[in-house]
Design a protein around this ligand. Structure first.
Ligand code: GCU
Length: 596
């Protein structure tokens, strides 16, 4: 390219960067789907742009040829379309393995009302998103699994409007997750997009939960957004005869504490939800909320003060029948119903925040949840931007799901190798979460190590910062054979509840052989039989999460006889067929349900 042209190009590139470098708002609108919204889901045009040509060519302007001789080297209206929400990998064969930039464009019609404010909200875009409205840069968001929003009140036009999103799922060393992970790197606008119409001053955020360890006190806050900061607030839980009055301060915030007598507490057997109505002088919002306390006492986990056992499973956010990212609430419900068939009361949502519908469904279905951010394997521990990114993903997740009774554990990571830089990083995350939410438990999936002498030892210093100690162990699969499992014992030096956050082995559904034939259902079955005998020797054991409920796609599983791009450790095949090991686990859970 010629020099002066290059200078023009660089200049225009720089101006774009400055416009779109604003980070999306962290304090996004709570429970946005219960507000007055325009749903922008549907078919969005897309342009695949591996060389990021669109940045220099300002694709965000969505320009149309004005004259027959004008040179414009893109045209969204002529481009194919993708379903939003949905990943691009499962919708266009060319994109199955694609990692890079895709431009999305969507037209919508709206008549903005005077005095109203408008917010564009994305449920999630993997991984980095730069968003434009009517050719203007709104800002960017980093992180593929949490919501973000922009206020667009001053940019919305009366009539036709258009959104352009530059989405890029390229993996980077300094990202969260980093370069190496064992799931499909689904790219795109993977969750709902809505435009919310709000009053000039509205109820932006609120937390309404029982105080930690206190079944008789509701604590929380209300945060207004707008000029009219000082307002009278009225919170009602009609069915429980509860009414809380408060007044917001000059910053639009009101904290409150309220004694309550007659509440039915949320449990997995009886997932009671109350309709909570919040009124301010200029806004109203309602939400179904369950009330429960969750805490630990010695080696026990107490739900509403009673010891529980977490009959868990791990789950990826993937609809195996597509296969791809779930595209509807129905897809998500199906996954949780499969967990229920295993008699689970607990699900570890691995390894990143799942769709917000998941926690709402879990509230309704009585499934307790472990929610996690993708601090996975070897992250860039000494990089401060990486640390802030991980903290931000935790903040966004906790902001989104803090009123979900089903969410009992925040997990700060998975299988992170012990070293000083990692300790510092992970301890900062643990402190960050404890500071943001003291009503739930904090954990991480730690790595136990083979201490020799058939001893599996867990002595990760991070365990001291966590409320429950959880670890992954793969005796019988990555270590030794199923028949050898019995020779092992554990050494766990914590006076805390223990949850096995992963164990198991693979099997190709329908492949039957003797119990020593790898990938046969019989091999997996014996892994489970012997693992359960071993695990139940742990005296602080208060939960188990087999890896994993359903076979899932992974670009790291390349054995074309048994894997074909799938991690085969599911208890269900990708077509929903139960493997032999499923029944071993179900029997165990039926017994545990009788005990607890
Ligand atoms: C790891 C990891 C999972 C992975 C699993 C496996 O423990 O946490 O993400 O898929 O093992 O190897 O199958």
């Amino acid at each position: 390219m010629l020099n002066h042209m290059k200078n023009i190009f660089i200049l225009s590139f720089l101006s774009i960067t400055i416009i779109s470098d604003t980070s999306a708002q962290a304090n996004f609108i709570q429970n946005i789907k219960a507000r007055n919204i325009y749903n922008l889901d549907g078919r969005w045009h897309y342009i695949i742009d591996p060389y990021k040509t669109g940045e220099g060519s300002k694709f965000y302007l969505n320009r149309k040829q004005q004259s027959k001789s004008e040179l414009i080297e893109y045209d969204f209206s002529a481009a194919p379309t993708l379903q939003v929400p949905g990943d691009w990998n499962s919708q266009d064969e060319k994109l199955l393995y694609y990692e890079g930039t895709v431009w999305y464009e969507h037209d919508f019609y709206v008549q903005p009302k005077t005095g109203k404010r408008y917010f564009l909200n994305f449920g999630a875009v993997n991984y980095e998103a730069h968003v434009y409205l009517n050719g203007k840069g709104l800002g960017k968001h980093i992180g593929g699994f949490t919501p973000f929003q922009f206020e667009v009140t001053n940019l919305l036009q009366s009539g036709n409007n258009f959104i352009v999103v530059e989405a890029d799922n390229t993996r980077h060393k300094e990202s969260v997750p980093t370069l190496n992970f064992d799931w499909w790197n689904y790219g795109g606008i993977t969750r709902d997009v809505v435009l919310a119409e709000m009053n000039a001053t509205f109820i932006n955020d609120y937390k309404i939960q029982l105080t930690k360890g206190d079944l008789k006190t509701i604590t929380g806050y209300i945060q207004l957004n707008g000029q009219q900061t000082s307002q009278k607030i009225n919170i009602q839980i009609p069915e429980a005869g509860v009414q809380i009055k408060a007044t917001t301060d000059a910053n639009g915030k009101a904290n409150f504490t309220m004694a309550v007598n007659k509440l039915t507490y949320w449990t997995s057997e009886n997932p009671k939800l109350y309709n909570v109505v919040i009124n301010s002088e200029t806004d109203t919002v309602e939400e179904h909320i369950g009330f429960r306390t969750i805490e630990t006492k010695g080696k026990d986990i107490l739900l509403n003060g009673k010891p529980i056992f977490l009959r868990g499973t791990c789950l990826h956010e993937e609809n195996p029948l597509i296969p791809g990212k779930p595209r509807s609430k129905g897809d998500l419900k199906m996954l949780l119903e499969w967990a229920k068939e295993l008699n689970c009361n607990f699900v570890r949502l691995a390894h990143y925040p799942h769709n917000e519908y998941m926690s709402q469904l879990a509230d309704e279905m009585g499934l307790m949840l472990w929610e996690e951010v993708p601090v996975y394997w070897d992250i860039d521990w000494t990089n401060n931007t990486t640390l802030n990114n991980a903290k931000n993903q935790l903040s966004e997740l906790i902001t989104r799901d803090k009123n979900r009774a089903s969410v009992i554990v925040w997990s700060i990571g998975n299988e992170t190798p012990t070293n000083d830089a990692r300790e510092k990083f992970m301890e900062a995350l643990a402190d960050h979460v404890h500071a943001l939410d003291n009503t739930r438990l904090v954990s991480a999936a730690l790595l136990a190590h083979n201490a020799g002498n058939n001893t599996i030892e867990l002595n990760d210093p991070l365990g001291n910062k966590l409320d429950i100690v959880s670890f992954n162990e793969y005796c019988g699969w990555y270590i030794d054979l199923p028949k050898e499992i019995g020779k092992y014992q554990f050494k766990i030096d914590y006076n805390k509840p223990v949850v096995i956050s992963e164990f198991g082995g693979g099997a190709l559904g329908g492949f039957h052989a003797d119990a020593e034939t790898r990938f046969s259902e019989e091999f997996q079955e014996v892994v489970y039989q012997n693992q359960l005998k071993l695990i139940t020797t742990i005296d602080g054991l208060r939960g188990t999460c087999p890896w994993i409920l359903i076979d899932f796609r992974s670009p790291k599983r390349l054995n074309d006889v048994y894997q074909m791009g799938w991690n085969r450790k599911g208890l269900y095949t990708e077509t929903g067929k139960k493997k032999k090991a499923f029944f071993v686990m179900k029997t165990f859970y039926d017994e545990m349900q009788k005990k607890y």
